[in-house]
Structures are given as structure tokens and as C-alpha cells.
Design a protein. Structure first.
Length: 258
């Protein structure tokens, strides 16, 4: 970097100044200023180090984000033969007992959730009755669950079961899918209930025909197999109840009073 002496302020001397001073402040030629080469090299080196540091930090951030969204390693092993069926998304071939295919809702899923739903409703254990009814309502479509809960309240069904000390078992006898209605399942089953009415113990056997309508559940997080539908992918939309036959036997209830 250089500067012309003409650009520098020129000091002025008094008229009666000594000649020696005039010689000292006489105009000089151009003034040349030099930058220390070592200083320049240091600044450039530090600039490159800063740029490299930013690049490394950017790569690290991208790597962390990629790893956070990357699916975990998935290894499927057939325990019966010890053969590996899949590593991540690379299929290595089916075995005698395992075949991999894209997940889809099947008839077995509907049967599973229907069996669980009816078990919650018609197996009566007063120690867990409230939890069973709550579980049944969670399996239903929200709007239908609200209507069904209101029906149970209006008809005082749960209150009556408590007062009469219901204790019952449920056994599904036969299940079938209605022709032309793939989302409708008919279940024939038997409910046996022990109850107490007016100090009389009764054992009631009911043969029931239940028609259950289902709907595929709304997917969340890329999957429709959720805890609220027992990983089946279906929820209960409606239930139709029909009693085919009923029989009961009475015995005197025994009680002790002190």
C-alpha cells in the first residue's frame, strides 16, 4: 500500500523560523508503506480454516438429520431354520415357514378385533367390568362409541348387572362374513350368566346372533395398525343383537346374617 506525499498534510512554519527547521520540513518524495507478508499469510490461513470449519459443521448437521430420520436396521430371521429372510429392505428369499409381503388388511384381522370386542362386552366379571367396557368403547368408531355409551347409561344396563351381581362367560361358536358385505361379520355364540334376583340365584344360558359392522381405521404415522384397534387396522362401527334362545334355572340363594 502506498501514499503520495502530496496527500499528506503539510506543516507550516512561521516566517521567522530557523533555516535548519525549514530544511527538516522540506517536501520529500513518495512515501511507500509495506504490509508484513507473514501477517497476510496468517490472515489468509485463518480465513481458510474458518471456511473449512463451517463446511465440516454443515456436513455434521446434515449427517445428524439424516441419521435421525433414517429407519433403523431391520433383520428378519427364521428361528426355525436360522436363515436370514431380510436385511433392511433387501429380501433374501422366503423360507419354508416365512414369506414376506406388503402389509394389508385381511379377514383374519377382522375376526381378531371382533372376537376381542365381543369378549369385552359379553364376558362379565364385576372386578374388571368397567375396564372391559372402556376397552370395548375404544375399539369403536368415536361417534358410535358415544352413542353406545349413552345407550348403556339410558338403559341402566351396567347398573342392573351390578345390582344383580352378574358373572358370565362368553363362547363364540361360529363366525362368518356376510355375502356381499366384506366388512360385516356374523357371530353365533353362547353366554352363560349367574345372577341373583330377589334372593334367587339364577343360571341363564343365552344363544346369540351378533352382527358386527367394521370400518378400516384412519392411518397415523404411515400405519393403520394402532394400539386403539389392537393392531388389527379395523374399528367397530355398529353392533346388532339378536337372542335366538334362552333358558334359565333357579336355585335358592344362600346367605348368612349375623
Amino acid at each position: 500500500m502506498s501514499a503520495n506525499v502530496l496527500d499528506l498534510p503539510i506543516p507550516t512554519l512561521a516566517a521567522d523560523a530557523d533555516d535548519s527547521l525549514r530544511d527538516e520540513f522540506a517536501p520529500v518524495g513518495p512515501v511507500i508503506c509495506y504490509r508484513d507478508p507473514a501477517d497476510v499469510r496468517t490472515i489468509r490461513r485463518q480465513s481458510w480454516l474458518i471456511i473449512i470449519s463451517f463446511v465440516i459443521a454443515a456436513v455434521a448437521v446434515v449427517g445428524v438429520v439424516y441419521k435421525s430420520i433414517q429407519r433403523p436396521d431391520r433383520i428378519v430371521v427364521d428361528m426355525s431354520s436360522g436363515r436370514t429372510v431380510m436385511i433392511n429392505d433387501r429380501e433374501l428369499g422366503a423360507t419354508e415357514t416365512i414369506r414376506l409381503e406388503k402389509d394389508k388388511l385381511q379377514t383374519a384381522d377382522m375376526d381378531y378385533v371382533v372376537k376381542a370386542y365381543l369378549e369385552y362386552l359379553y364376558r362379565v366379571d364385576q372386578a374388571s367390568r368397567s375396564k372391559d367396557i372402556e376397552a370395548a368403547l375404544r375399539l369403536m368408531v368415536p361417534g358410535q362409541a358415544k352413542k353406545f355409551a349413552q345407550y348403556l347409561t339410558d338403559q341402566k344396563i351396567l347398573q342392573t348387572q351390578r345390582e344383580q351381581q352378574w358373572n358370565g362367560t362368553w363362547k363364540p361358536e361360529y363366525m362368518e362374513h356376510a355375502p356381499g358385505k366384506p366388512l360385516t361379520v356374523k357371530v353365533y355364540g353362547t353366554q352363560e350368566v349367574d345372577m341373583v334376583i330377589k334372593n334367587q340365584s339364577k343360571h341363564v344360558i343365552k344363544h346369540l346372533l351378533l352382527t358386527v359392522d367394521l370400518l378400516p381405521d384412519a392411518p397415523e404415522g404411515g400405519t393403520f395398525r394402532l394400539d386403539r384397534n389392537l393392531r388389527s387396522g379395523f374399528r367397530i362401527n355398529a353392533l346388532d343383537y339378536k337372542e335366538l334362545s334362552s333358558s334359565e334355572a333357579e336355585t335358592a340363594a344362600t346367605s348368612t346374617q349375623g
